[in-house]
Design a protein around this ligand. Structure first.
Ligand SMILES: Cc1cc2nc3c(=O)[nH]c(=O)nc-3n(C[C@H](O)[C@H](O)[C@H](O)COP(=O)(O)OP(=O)(O)OC[C@H]3O[C@@H](n4cnc5c(N)ncnc54)[C@H](O)[C@@H]3O)c2cc1C
Length: 409
């Protein structure tokens, strides 16, 4: 393990980078920068392993952006997905390659944080950042204990980001409510020796979905309401857990809620077209702090890890450059995610905007088409398809139904 130099604690020393928040986004950025020999001081207001309200489902495409030995913290690998919609019979899709990896966030995040420490990050846990001031040479960061100085700041402090509030005033993007609970103990599918199966129910919430994810010693489950104004997550949660066969008879702890800071999914009039500004002077926002969350299903860990990598690259380049140019970060985020978030937001409008009877009708009369679309969605998670590809197919189908034959299926 590389030891961070103790002079980083000296308030007079200006470190290269301060990372605020050590979830997947911050821990990735800190690790990458420390590995390259930059001085990295990181803060988390909590002490890892800490609980994070989250389903802990990693889409399989994250694999090449995590350290090689990440499977050490994977509890279940999912090759099989069960979909439910409109109260109809559910169906299963199976794949030869993994669709998702299931983790528990306290263990996964602790493991990522340890990687960052091993690379040389100086981590202060249980020390909360309370105030930031930025000028043209860097930042002054005041925590619950004292002040520190840095050349750059990476804001990775999650959905309620203090860095965004202090250094990016006027940044307003959507938040949607989500609830999650966990069950620890044997489940009926374990007892039946079923292959680990992730369940996604489009019938669970009024304008959203419910999920059940398998874990080593139990299940995690929850609901998200993905349309503004359809804010009855607790009612949807209760209905979902009472109706879902896999949860029948289990003692379910009350759910915990947390906002999902979803990406806008349409171009903005000002600033960065898709995500709002992610760079302000010498500060960058990654992961949830930057609203880099998929507006269709609320997937955020993949985007947090990838934006952590991109932020580290932009800061490393800037530390070698004069004058400093951090805009490359926004450009790479736009290039990688802009059109994907746009397509995901269009799919959101169709999937959650259509009344439930329309889903039922479509599923009943065009089951093959319906299943093909959901298979394609799983391929997005595998990294073999994109939201843009999926959206283009659906749009073509809506615009030119005759071009695909009039027969059902
Ligand atoms: C109910 C629910 C279910 C979800 N399920 C999934 C899922 O299955 N798969 C998926 O991909 N995504 C899921 N998400 C989204 C996912 O949890 C987030 O996108 C992901 O955690 C973002 O990572 P991050 O590193 O940006 O932020 P976080 O993981 O939120 O980490 C931020 C860190 O910053 C720290 N912090 C905050 N403020 C301060 C401060 N002032 N000073 C110092 N430290 C601070 C916090 O303690 C925390 O450790 C879900 C979200 C919710 C709400």
């Amino acid at each position: 393990m590389k030891k961070p130099s103790s002079h980083l604690s000296d308030p007079q020393t200006r470190v290269d980078v301060i990372v605020v928040g050590m979830g997947p986004g911050g821990a990735t950025a800190a690790r990458e920068l420390a590995q390259q020999g930059f001085s990295v001081l990181a803060f988390d207001k909590l002490v890892h392993p800490r609980y994070k309200v989250c389903g802990g489902g990693l889409s399989a495409r994250i694999e090449r952006f995590l350290p090689d030995d990440f499977k050490a913290v994977v509890e279940k690998t999912v090759f099989r997905v069960q979909f439910m919609y409109g109260g109809e019979e559910s169906f299963f899709l199976e794949f030869p390659q993994p669709v998702a990896y299931m983790v528990r966030r306290p263990q996964f995040d602790r493991w990522l944080v340890d990687k960052a420490i091993d690379a040389g990050t100086d981590l202060r846990e249980g020390e909360s950042v309370e105030h930031l001031h930025m000028d043209e040479v860097g930042a002054e960061v005041r925590t619950s204990q004292r002040s520190y100085q840095s050349r750059f700041v990476i804001g990775a402090d999650g959905a309620m980001s203090l860095v965004a509030q202090h250094l990016f005033p006027g940044r307003r993007l959507p938040m949607i409510p989500a609830l999650e609970s966990e069950y620890h103990g044997p489940s009926s599918s374990d007892q039946a020796h079923e292959a680990p199966t992730a369940l996604i129910s489009l019938s669970a919430a009024e304008k959203g979905y419910g999920w059940v994810f398998p874990k080593k010693d139990g299940l995690s489950f929850g609901v998200g309401e993905f349309v503004k104004g359809a804010n009855r997550p607790r009612r949807s949660f209760d209905r979902f857990i009472h109706g879902e066969k896999r949860l029948a008879g289990l003692i379910i702890p009350p759910p915990l809620g947390y906002p999902l800071p979803i990406a806008r999914g349409r171009p903005a009039d000002q600033g960065n077209p898709w995500t709002g500004n992610l760079v302000s002077q010498r500060a960058l926002l990654v992961g949830d702090a930057g609203h880099l969350v998929d507006p269709l299903l609320g997937e955020g860990i993949y985007y947090a890890v990838r934006s952590g990598h991109m932020a580290a690259k932009a800061v490393a380049d800037a530390l070698h450059q004069s004058p400093v140019r951090l805009q490359t970060y926004e450009e790479s985020i736009n290039q990688a995610f802009g059109a994907e978030f746009f397509a995901a937001a269009q799919l959101n409008r169709i999937i959650y905007g259509l009344p439930r009877p329309v889903h039922r009708w479509a599923g009943r009369w065009f089951p093959k088409t319906y299943q093909r679309v959901l298979r394609k969605y799983c391929e997005v998670l595998q990294g073999r398809e994109t939201y843009q590809g999926l959206w283009n197919r659906i749009r073509d189908r809506i615009r030119r139904p005759w071009a695909h034959g009039a027969q059902r299926g």
